[in-house]
Design a protein. Sequence first.
Length: 418
Amino acid sequence: MKSKGVCLVAGLAILGLILGLSPLGAAEKKVVIGFTASQTGKLNVEGMRQVNGLNLWVDQVNAKGGAKLPDGTVVKFEAKFYDDESKKERVQELYTRLINQDKADFLISPYSSGLADAAAVISQQNNRILITAGAASDSTYKKGFSLVFQTYTPASRYLTGAIDLLAKMDPQAKKVAIINEKDKFSTDVVNALKAYATDKGYQVVLFEGYEPGATDFAPFINKIPAGVDAVMGGGHFADTSTFAKQLFEKGMKAKMVALLVAPPEDKFAELGEAANGVIGPSQWEPQAKYSPEAAKAEGKEWYGPTVKEFTETYRAKAKEEPTYHSAGGYVAGLLLQKAIEQSGATDTAKVKEVLDALDIYTFYGRVKFDATPKNHGLQLGHDMIYIQWQKDAQGKLFKQVVWPEASKTGEVAPYRTK
């Protein structure tokens, strides 16, 4: 026969389930994170890396019991997403669905600035915070949105570091050719690059764009003047990889080739010799030296896993090496978790207040948002890392961090051609 005490405990447990309480008596709340991802279309490589990172965060935070609020409430997260097919028109349709039908509490952007820009309109109209992962264009954050927050270093600073690296590599270098995809992100990057290079005394000898989806870059490569010191530009993974391959096949002679998006991806090494010597800006790399100790030395708070912890857990779950797209997806969720925990709430106004004032370090580096109306949500704290594909003693390609000085794992090498 059961004792009255056992019956009482069982009764309280049942009552707790009815009232939405955890077994320990804390209230439990579900928060839906809505987003789209390019499972198909030209952005699927980068888009799915981002999804893998975000899903890892959801799994980890829930496995640890959820986010803990000061009043004892436990927040569990549920991810809800759709394939946007890499199409802008699908994004607005699907984000409207996420809000109205799926009741998403917070939003993460799709990969790419063009798609994220479309999502930002819907998030603002519906009073939902949108963390943009994989969206670097500055212009999104200059449109008066008050609920959009950028995790990436802005496009205006994406390739400017390559100019600084070129100056260190060869002080006599003066001529730069810029060839880029004519999409929102790449155009923002190269406009800022051209201005920065010109300001630093470089001559931009070619400045041309190609249409999205281009596969033949010979007409552009043939226009590059002899004696050019650096070729910079590109766009996204597919076009940039093809561009790099054709530069090599054409026997391009330049001290530096620095291209967007594709080089940091491990898949880029499949180009073989065409990858050797190519430099790429990366938002994050597993070799990054961010640490709780370094954060403390700067007087900043550290939040979340270490670089090693993230890298090892991502590798184990996704069965692939993490890229900056993976890290961007994870940190987007991590920042929401931090803001929810610190605000002690899940409503838009209180979470926004914390994000506006946030200045912390994570495995991804420093994160700080511009809170002014003019540039609201623009990323101020995070800086780019520049990698270069080089060969080890056995002739195997590997990624070397070559810039900035404080983060480099080795010296930059001249671009190599056949």
